[in-house]
Design a protein around this ligand. Structure first.
Ligand SMILES: [Zn+2]
Ligand SMILES: [Zn+2]
Length: 269
């Protein structure tokens, strides 16, 4: 299984997961042209997609979801609440997923997990195929045991590491926006992400971690990596992560062969 993040953060989120037997998109928060170009660059055509999974209805996750599903006749996969919020036209095929219930989509076994976020029915997801497994959880204000469980067999964990608490408090956002982001239904900060990864590593399994959905105003890749690594070091769990990468806003990072992450130069400058 190959996992490719095209973009991550409040200006767009798209991940392509592919195997020789087919592919799926997880969120489609970029213009169609950008998504198509990245897929083609990775050798994946739209007719190989078994579905477009939508985590929740916020704009940075859905920009092209309905349009791509309609244009290429690809089913949209989301919770009932998310599908309702998306106002999907009748001409688009949909598959309803539900937290805690596994769903088969081509070669992929999907297991959605409820997350705490201010959307209708948001989920994260464990995706398994071809003997490996990735769990993606972005846009959540808190984590719980269900999310740890959803990551238990993940080789790659994509976890939100949105902001550094102190930077958020000092940035130019309004008081109400800061409060929303820092709330239990907002976004995970770096220390929360670090604590999550430390708790996950208690099982002794070695994994790769991608830090996702970094805030443009209240985080940087260097700050996120420093904070998360410091928490892991404190809990003596740093060695259990093969590598930890902070996802760039718009650059393609690919995980796959030999469980290594590489950055590909697929975006035109
Ligand atoms: Zn988002
Ligand atoms: Zn959101």
């Amino acid at each position: 299984m190959r996992v490719a993040a095209f973009a991550s953060g409040s200006s767009g989120n798209v991940t392509l997961i592919s195997t020789p037997e087919g592919a799926l998109l997880y969120d489609a928060g970029l213009p169609q042209r950008a998504i198509l170009a990245q897929c083609v660059a990775l050798g994946v055509t739209m007719d190989q997609l078994h579905g477009i999974v939508v985590s929740h209805e916020h704009t940075d996750h859905i920009t092209s979801a309905v349009a791509l599903a309609k244009r290429y006749n690809i089913p949209l996969v989301a919770t009932a609440g998310t599908l309702q919020a998306l106002h999907v036209p009748d001409t688009v095929a949909t598959m309803v997923c539900c937290a805690g219930r596994a769903l088969q989509l081509g070669p992929f076994t999907l297991l959605p997990v409820r997350v705490s976020h201010d959307a209708r029915e948001p989920v994260g997801m464990s995706i398994r195929a071809a003997g490996s497994s990735v769990t993606i959880a972005t846009d959540l204000g808190d984590w719980d045991d269900a999310l740890l469980e959803a990551c238990s067999d993940a080789d790659l964990v994509v976890i939100e590491s949105n902001h550094e608490r102190e930077h958020l408090m000092q940035c130019g956002y309004s008081a109400s926006l800061k409060q929303r982001i820092a709330s239990r239904t907002g976004h995970l900060d770096n220390v929360q992400a670090g604590n999550f990864l430390a708790a996950l590593a208690a099982d002794g399994k070695t994994r790769t971690a991608w830090l996702a959905h970094l805030s443009q105003e209240a985080n940087t890749a260097a700050v996120a990596l420093r904070s998360v690594t410091a928490v892991l070091r404190y809990h003596q769990r740093e060695a259990l992560y093969r590598s930890i990468i902070a996802l760039p806003r718009q650059k393609t990072i690919v995980w796959g062969e030999a469980q290594r992450s590489v950055q590909l130069n697929l975006w035109a400058e």
